[in-house]
Design a protein around this ligand. Structure first.
Ligand code: 5GW
Ligand code: MN
Length: 301
């Protein structure tokens, strides 16, 4: 008993923290902060960042990040890494794994103590669909070969994006998905799910909860491992049958999240798009996709 109490005390610094009293009747009323399967939907104003950090700090967690910068997409990496230093899990152990075919062009970005970067070489590819197909496989391999030894959580993020505000411990969960900023006000019939039943990414009419981003997902290693291996398998099955889902791995991810409900859902604050005007319920933008000139950056397809 004494031991339990001691452990409980050392496991959370929140007992010594002064913070405003939580309420179960007052809070944000303009957004929904919980899914019908009782997963939190993380919006600004629904959590206390200082309290959350104090809960996770003594656990000495490590967060792995995967980011692909293949071909000309290497040009986005500097901004991504520099802004991650300012906003992504500041004060925690973060290990960024950069997958690139241009290791010499990986920028030198000064990282704080407890943060590091590793470059993993990938072959160049003319067709994005090939890179995309291999992304899940490479994430799976990374978890197998490296992460089980040194990481607790993983986030897989698009490189053509940057951080503007805190992305931290409030985002941690078993299986974490981000709501796509382009569709969250729409009826599910408008979601760009894969609609052909021949595809393993198929979502039927009248099905689907939300439309999630392919550009950011994460969670604990084992959950992301299952996601990556399932999406990879389904992607390859489709390829064998000569079918490619409407939005490639994003379609497979959406199918996966329909079957396996995420245990934490991040609001579109966690992946906005720079070309989109901010809606009133979006009180802060934490991470956003930058505007890109497709003709400049994509290989010829
Ligand atoms: C993407 C589309 C067509 C051709 C090439 C690519 C591509 C994507 C590429 O040449 N190199 C590369 O590293 N990527 C990675 O895939 C980047 O991490 C990128 O952020 C991610 C997803 O592709 P995006 O960002 O172009 O997709 P959208 O849906 O965010 O526009
Ligand atoms: Mn992107």
């Amino acid at each position: 008993m004494v031991l339990t109490v001691l452990t409980a005390l050392t496991n959370c610094l929140c007992f010594s923290l002064k913070y405003s009293q939580p309420s179960i009747v007052k809070g944000r009323t303009d957004v929904v902060a919980v899914t019908p399967w009782l997963a939190p939907i993380v919006w600004e104003g629904t959590f206390n960042p200082v309290l959350l950090d104090s809960i996770y700090k003594p656990k000495k967690i490590s967060i792995a990040v995967t980011v692909f910068a293949v071909g000309k997409y290497i040009m986005f990496l500097k901004n991504f890494l520099e802004t991650a230093e300012q906003h992504f899990f500041v004060g925690f152990n973060v290990h960024v794994y950069v997958f690139t075919d241009r290791p010499k062009e990986v920028p030198e970005v000064k990282m704080a103590d407890g943060r590091q970067l590793t470059v993993r070489l990938v072959p160049s590819s003319k067709r994005w669909q090939e890179i995309s197909a291999r992304r899940m496989e490479l994430i799976q391999k990374l978890i197998d070969e490296q992460l089980r030894k040194n990481s607790d959580y993983i986030f897989c993020l698009d490189v053509d994006s940057k951080f503007h505000d805190r992305w931290g411990t409030e985002s941690l969960g078993g299986l974490v998905a981000v709501i796509h900023p382009g569709y969250y006000l729409d009826n599910r019939s408008k979601f760009p799910y894969e609609r052909r039943s021949a595809s393993k990414a198929y979502v039927a009419d009248g099905e689907g909860d939300f439309y999630y981003c392919g550009g950011a997902f994460g969670g604990i290693l084992e959950e992301v491992y299952l996601l990556a291996s399932t999406c990879r398998f389904n992607f390859e099955e489709d390829a064998k049958n000569g079918i490619e889902a409407a939005w490639q791995e994003e379609s497979h991810l959406n199918r996966y999240m329909w079957i396996n409900k995420p245990s934490k859902v991040l609001s579109p604050e966690y992946l906005w798009q720079d070309f989109k005007a901010r809606n009133p319920e979006v009180k802060t933008i934490r991470f956003s996709g930058v505007i890109k000139n497709y003709a400049d950056i994509r290989p010829n397809v």
